[in-house]
Design a protein around this ligand. Structure first.
Ligand SMILES: [Ca+2]
Length: 288
């Protein structure tokens, strides 16, 4: 009898610390009523002790948050023949318009990292980078009432986080990649004559492997603030609604996902998914 694969074991120590703050304010003055709640939280996550295990390629290393990004460091795109010839390249078919990977490390004869560039790009040149946890997340829900009107607003945000726009990698493969991608990946791709200053790599008929490595090239600021919901309600005076034999007649307009400031893809985690849709709802609510 045997085990398939390695059994799960308790392999180390991770420390989570954090702070949560919530503030509320409620007041009624001169016919106006306010009810506002705000919250903010910050979580610190750090791998403390791996008991000698090397889990770096999974983004797990002592002193870093768990599942930190792990990949190649880059210097934009290779744009000139000199860039191409004077630097070690990812592969023999690397060419102008591909991502420029940086030579930052190498292996010694025993397969150990030396910490020094070695004139070639290989797995040794990958390292941990980026902010995988946000500085803070926050939210605000508020309600303001005046006479028969009530306005409710809900905000939700994440600040100070890096995101890997993975579809960017696949976007370089015109015919095998993801269906959903930001138009810029196509429109602002490098082209030697039409768009030599393009921000994104040249497009291949099929992925060459040069541009779809996990790297900091595809990292973006993932901060956003979303106006998640806005609801305006008007309650008709009872003497009016009574005329149509209804009680507590309310008219309302509600907008879901009204607007997102910052990175609209961050809130849905990547670009494979379609961003949240904005939904308008107009309604009537009453009792008989
Ligand atoms: Ca190297």
């Amino acid at each position: 009898m045997g085990l398939s694969g390695s059994p799960y074991i308790n392999a180390g120590h991770i420390r989570n610390t954090g702070i949560d703050l919530e503030l509320g304010y409620r007041k009624t003055v001169n016919g106006w009523s306010y009810d506002i709640n705000a919250n903010i939280s910050h979580i610190n996550n750090k791998v403390i002790d791996l008991e000698g295990r090397d889990l770096r390629s999974s983004g797990i290393e002592e002193g870093y948050p768990i599942w930190t990004f792990f990949g190649y460091r880059t210097n934009g795109l290779i744009r000139t023949q000199a860039d191409l010839e004077n630097n070690p390249q990812f592969s023999r078919n690397s060419t102008i318009g591909d991502i420029w990977y940086l030579d930052i490390d190498g292996y010694d004869a025993d397969g150990k990292l030396t910490g020094k560039p070695d004139g070639k790009i290989d797995a040794a040149d990958r390292e941990l980078f980026g902010k995988v946890r946000p500085d803070f997340t926050y939210g605000l829900s508020g309600q303001v009432g005046y006479k028969n009107f009530t306005l409710q607003v809900q905000l939700q945000g994440v600040q100070g986080i890096d995101k890997n726009m993975r579809t960017g990698q696949w976007a370089t493969d015109m015919f095998g990649g993801e269906a959903n991608m930001e138009a810029d990946y196509i429109l602002d791709r490098y082209h030697p004559t039409k768009n030599p200053n393009g921000k994104y790599p040249r497009i291949n008929r099929s992925g060459s492997g040069n541009n779809d490595q996990f790297s900091d090239f595809w990292m973006v600021n993932g901060s956003y603030l979303s106006i998640r919901n806005v609801n305006l309600n008007y309650k008709l005076p009872n003497k009016l609604s009574g005329k149509v034999s209804l009680k507590d007649l309310n008219l309302y307009c509600s907008i879901q996902n009204l607007y997102t400031f910052g990175n609209v893809y961050a809130e849905i985690s990547n670009m494979v998914n379609v961003p949240f849709t904005r939904t308008w709802t107009f309604g009537l609510r009453f009792s008989l």
